[in-house]
Design a protein around this ligand. Sequence first.
Ligand SMILES: Cc1cc2nc3c(=O)[nH]c(=O)nc-3n(C[C@H](O)[C@H](O)[C@H](O)COP(=O)(O)OP(=O)(O)OC[C@H]3O[C@@H](n4cnc5c(N)ncnc54)[C@H](O)[C@@H]3O)c2cc1C
Length: 343
Amino acid sequence: MSAPVEWCRTWVIDHRVDAATYERLGDARQLADARSESVGALIVGACCDPGALIAAGADCVKIVKPVRPADPGSAGGSAGRVAGCGPLGRTANAEAILAPYRPRVVLASGGPDGREWAARLAVRRGWRLVSPALQAGFDRDGRLVVTALSACGRYSRKATLGPDETAVLTFRPGVAEAMPADSDRVGTVERPCSVEVGEEPIRVEREIPANPSEIDICDADRIVAGGRGLGGADGFQRLARVARVLKATVAASRVAVDLGWVDRERQVGQTGKTVAPALYLACGISGASHHLAGMAGARHIVAINTDPNAPIFKAAHLGLVADLHEVLSQLEAQLAAEPRSAR
Ligand SMILES: Cc1cc2nc3c(=O)[nH]c(=O)nc-3n(C[C@H](O)[C@H](O)[C@H](O)COP(=O)(O)OP(=O)(O)OC[C@H]3O[C@@H](n4cnc5c(N)ncnc54)[C@H](O)[C@@H]3O)c2cc1C
């Protein structure tokens, strides 16, 4: 049984509930259990099913619907309030709700929005931001030790926090681990009033979705990666076509980069970048330990290799012992025949 709700020292914060929220709740549960404490979930935004957050590890769920003053001249008038807010409003609400609990750890989303208000919260409270984090745990002396990536994801570092420090950690999707839902878990649900905030410093005029083929491989949700087995720069052009239909981005092994077939910024591995996409399709990559170091955390690894003994198959969830050119041709034809909505 969990500790009383007043002992909520580990919090998961978010402005919407998605798979990554549940993943961070799983890690939060482990951290709190190590110290016989409780876990809080604070959603500054919409949450339709607080019970699911409790089943996933929260002891206390707080949902706050942020409001901001209406624009003068709008239907609500200057005295009106409208729903919704940006990072300033989210931070103000999180600060007001979390401060009395004196949290030890706050786990925030590693997406662009989440990173922004996690950083604001840390600065406002004088808490320590570690971002992007990979894992966190307590050492024998009860100090929180966090493994995190450098900003470009090329190397990892360890941060040890003092006993009185509060850590704000951001986790990218796929890095933390959700626990199986337990419908017998009990917890409290509260809907506190929103703190009213002034005008946001940034106004979103329009959201333009990023072109998946151009984004940084560290931010990609789907990656199609190639190695020496692609046989040349032409092979990467084919890979780029497949990536385009799969809404994925292209990455590569170091050999492919050293051979000049693809830019160095796309290299995955020990001396490249560390990635954690939902899908990693490895084509003609042997799976040397230096490469695996950068992609073993991908949620679904699919490997195509002619060599049944290639080490990549030990890391893959699905392996095809096949010629990648044949598979890619069939995949291209299949995807072209499928309606766009099915991809
Ligand atoms: C200090 C150090 C750091 C390193 N850092 C990195 C790093 O960051 N990232 C990295 O990737 N590597 C790194 N390396 C290199 C690493 O050890 C491997 O040499 C490299 O990953 C191999 O690249 P590869 O898999 O593309 O090539 P190979 O090992 O040559 O593998 C090619 C694979 O393609 C398969 N193949 C060939 N033809 C086909 C076909 N038609 N269809 C299907 N499969 C086919 C072959 O069976 C083979 O398994 C590092 C090495 C060192 C020493």
